[in-house]
Design a protein around this ligand. Structure first.
Ligand code: NAP
Length: 217
């Protein structure tokens, strides 16, 4: 499978690229910093410089051509309201439109639980992030693509366990980036899981079993 990962130098993107290339998939890893090419290549992906803010829909579509799936795992990561709007919001909109133009139907989005951060004092920046992420979910879910929206809990870097709790609605909790990557990799290879939102936290069910269970309804 030929997979285009947006945000390939990021915590989830790098792990996903490594898993996919390790199992024989062909991965193009889009990164925005020239100095990230080495890290992307080390994950086994083909590094490709690109920027969701500056690239046009047509430019993105050209890059997506000949791929079987796009995974959007980019994010502004707390760098401000405007960046959040441009990357997590407008960037997703552009990428989804570009996938349609390029004829790449399969599109996975790494989103966020609606109740993320509820235990903290709300800040305007975080509330904006939550609104933008939700709007991105709305936009993708109304597209004609074969989308899956994955909502992980708070992302942590502890080594993965290969086990998750996953479903259309699960209680909020932490999620290991390794396990999110494993979940995304399994979803990419399970076309029956389509046009659904899946919430994912750390848990007890092996990733492959969870994806198979969700796919068979
Ligand atoms: N943190 C959490 O607890 C949490 C919880 C649920 C969901 N999420 C979501 O999960 C996703 C992945 O998380 P993560 O930990 O992998 O994040 P991350 O490490 O910050 O990775 C995101 C990647 O996106 C890239 N990016 C940012 N702007 C871009 C642009 N204009 N064009 C192309 N690439 C761009 C970043 O590049 P640079 O390296 O140049 O910045 C970074 O490599 C994010 O969308 C995040 O919102 C996070």
């Amino acid at each position: 499978m030929r997979v285009f990962v947006i945000g390939a130098a990021g915590g989830v993107g790098r792990r996903l690229s490594k898993l996919l290339t390790g199992q024989g998939d062909d991965v193009t890893g889009m990164h925005r910093g020239a100095d990230q090419a080495e890290a992307v290549a080390a994950s086994g992906a083909r590094p490709l410089l690109g920027d969701l803010v500056h690239d046009t829909v047509d430019e993105l579509a050209l890059r997506f051509q000949w791929h079987d799936a796009v995974v959007f795992s980019a994010g502004a990561h707390g760098t401000g309201r405007d960046q959040t709007t441009l990357i997590d919001g407008k960037g997703l909109e552009k990428a989804a439109e570009a996938a349609g133009l390029a004829g790449v139907r399969r599109f996975l989005l790494v989103s966020v639980f609606p109740e993320a951060g509820r235990s903290r004092e709300p800040t305007e920046g975080f509330e904006h992030y939550m609104r933008v992420k939700k709007q991105a979910d709305v936009l993708l879910s109304r597209s004609g693509l074969d989308w899956v929206i994955v909502r992980p809990g708070t992302l942590v870097d502890n080594a993965g366990e290969g086990r998750v709790t996953a479903g259309p609605a699960v209680s909020y909790g932490d999620t290991r980036r390794d396990d999110v990557a494993a979940f995304l990799a399994a979803v990419l290879h399970e076309p029956r899981l389509n046009r659904v939102i899946v919430e994912v936290t750390s848990g007890d069910e092996p990733v492959a079993d969870a994806v198979r269970r969700l796919a068979s309804g």
